[in-house]
Design a protein around this ligand. Sequence first.
Ligand code: NAD
Length: 331
Amino acid sequence: MRAFRYESLPGRVVFGVDSALDVASEISGQRVLVLATPRGLPLARRLAQPLGDRVAGEFTAVREHVPVAVAEQAVACARSLGADCLLAIGGGSTVGTAKAIALELRLPIVAVPTTYAGSEMTPVWGMTSADGKRTGRSLDVLPSLVVYDPSLTMGLPRELTVTSAMNAMAHSVEGVYAAGANPISSLMAVESVRALASGLQAKDGLEARTSLLYGAYLAGAVFAVAGSGLHHKICHVLGGAYALPHAATHTVVLPHVAAFMDGPALAPIASALDALTAAEGLRALARRVEAPTSLVDIGFDPAKLAEAASLVAARVDVAEDAIRGLLAAAL
Ligand code: NAD
């Protein structure tokens, strides 16, 4: 076996149907700032209700990709309330907003995810401005507690369920060849791909949702230690420069990067998908679950192909021609 490094990250995970109902009992903070989108606020209020007057306030101005202005507003809100704990209930955008506060004020985060984005398992933060997206790693933003409750994902619409789960799948597929790939995270990656594929293809219900959320948890944990590579860099450029939707972009690009990276590292992913190659398995899965398969369909202007290829090529060690071919295939 080749030598490897594996960094085990701190943090407690509670997983189970209805586990979020007890989240308040896991929180020791006395001035808790609750973060949610306006749509997620009724749920957040219900879960935070047992905290009583330990809820210092609510922040609901959450936006996708955490614009710097929103991050500043969130930090100011936490500071003015004297918050000592952040309770983030929602998807990657809500968790990302809590991370922006934690980065500045070093407050602990309790995360209750309601999508499959996986941000809650990583020490990675991200913020966007007119100059694009800035990301970084800091243990200060890693949630100290994550409560996974599959029942909270029951209302996730089918389209978002599919793209969010494929976004998680992308963390695991990339996790087996990214710079930090190691045998431990690869075990989680393969299990995650199995759980996600099985949850996506099962009849919708609590069992399927449990499988999806378990797969998403593992995918986030893989992403946290193995890091990202070509796939994420492409999606980063497409999302940042052309404002394409995050999860749908990952969904469309995934089989194409898998085909490009095809090799022994991806064999366990192929086997988890019961296919000859990972790309073939991902394409078949996308067809079966009616996932989006075209960049144009999710809002990309084909006239920008050469420009996008050049933007990606400036960030990766792959020839621009090859990137152009890959993006053309994804059109
Ligand atoms: P999101 O948080 O923006 O949520 C997408 C939409 O789904 C929103 O409109 C939200 O209100 C709705 N929603 C959320 N939960 C729902 C539910 N249970 N039922 C119905 N609707 C629901 O999107 P996302 O895909 O969860 O997260 C994407 C963001 O997370 C991106 O900004 C991405 O960069 C970031 N991210 C960060 C990391 C990291 O490690 N830092 C990892 C993955 C994703």
